[in-house]
Design a protein. Structure first.
Length: 372
């Protein structure tokens, strides 16, 4: 069942150049409240900032009582620290200069606790040595591979227990638990997804019990992403690390109908050409919207029946069966299929509230460096 189309137009949109990223603040606030309700409060929320990479959204979450954040880059971590986050987890391997930058983060932003994650004792030993020379031990989580096969220690075969016992002895580090992002469980059917989460959680809990039986306590488990969030939320023993649904995109909205989150960002675009009576072209090439998705990379809110025909750097051609193409200069709003890499294409986004343009949010962490 498709969501009824929403009207994403607003007063003053004709004054904006295109393409332009638009954030809908009232929708984003509603999504935040829905997430908090599902989680049963803010104490276990540890969300990822990769989707928006904007300090203004971090401040919205802080204002609602969410104080822990997860990041992929040093820049994202620094942005969170500048906003006053209490705990900041970099859930990405710290390799090379990233170790030095992580230590500098700790030294400069002393009001925040910085956490690391890892899956190999060699870089973790380098991190521990750097931390030992610069202050207290670094709290860190073992990165678990639940089947995504991009990072992490395998969940099967006792490897996780053995790794924890070795990593727990690294000077300068304080092993606290597991980080497990289960993006491999992007199962459309909610019942099947729920069963897969239960099976994964059972394995992780068994691994934790095996490690704790050796005398090493693991009190922290940071679990899941947006699709698995509602099921992990039922387990009061874990922290929850979704990211996308605060903004939400067409990809998750169309695939996971059990998630009641509304897309809160769009790309304002214009019709710049009508090369044939059944074709029209937008100024929304793949320099302005994420192109990592095969097939549909976004949906036009006013024209959901329009079908993508061709996509290049500066042009996006759509077909309208039977003609009826919108006139030249028509302003349209496109909901991206994948919002996370889309936001990284813009220095900032215009903010709409109550169908009025009210603000502009800088996307400061789209860059790889802020100051450190």
């Amino acid at each position: 069942m498709k969501r009824p189309p929403l009207d994403y137009h607003f007063a003053g949109e004709e004054e904006l150049d295109s393409p332009a990223l638009i954030f809908y603040e009232d929708i984003i606030e509603e999504n935040i409240q829905k997430a908090i309700t599902i989680a049963g409060g803010t104490d276990r929320m540890w969300p990822h900032v990769k989707t928006y990479k904007a300090a203004a959204v971090v401040r919205l979450l802080l204002a609602q009582g969410i104080k822990r954040f997860k990041c992929a880059t040093i820049a994202e971590a620094e942005m969170c620290a500048q906003c006053g986050a209490s705990h900041i987890l970099i859930a990405y391997p710290l390799i090379g200069p990233a170790i030095r930058r992580f230590i500098e983060l700790r030294q400069r932003y002393t009001a925040s606790v910085f956490w690391a994650a890892g899956d190999d004792t060699e870089p973790l030993s380098l991190l521990g040595a750097a931390a030992g020379a610069a202050g207290p031990a670094v709290p860190f989580l073992v990165d678990v591979n639940p089947g995504m096969n991009r990072t992490g220690v395998a969940l099967e075969g006792g490897l996780l227990k053995d790794f924890c016992l070795r990593a727990g002895k690294i000077p300068g580090l304080n092993l606290m638990g597991f980080h497990c992002y289960d993006g491999n469980l992007g199962i459309k059917d909610s019942g099947e997804r729920e069963r897969a989460v239960a099976e994964e959680t059972q394995k992780l809990m068994a691994a934790r019990e095996a490690v704790e039986a050796e005398g090493r306590k693991l009190p922290v488990m940071v679990m899941g992403g947006t699709p698995t969030f509602p099921f992990h939320a039922r387990n009061r023993d874990v922290f929850l690390s979704p990211g996308t649904f605060f903004i939400q995109d067409h990809g998750y909205d169309s695939k996971y109908r059990d998630l009641s989150f509304t897309p809160g960002a769009a790309i304002l675009t214009r019709v710049i050409s009508r090369p044939r009576e059944d074709l029209f072209t937008l100024d929304l090439g793949y320099k302005a919207i994420a192109s990592d998705q095969e097939g549909e990379r976004g949906v036009i809110t006013d024209l959901p029946e329009a079908r993508p025909e061709a996509h290049s750097e500066e042009h996006w051609v759509f077909r309208m069966t039977g003609g009826n193409c919108p006139p030249l200069g028509t302003i349209l709003q496109v909901i991206p299929t994948h919002i996370c890499p889309t936001t990284a294409l813009y220095p900032g986004g215009y903010v709409v509230r109550d169908r009025r343009l009210v603000n502009y949010w800088e996307i400061s962490a789209r860059n790889r460096k802020i100051t450190i």
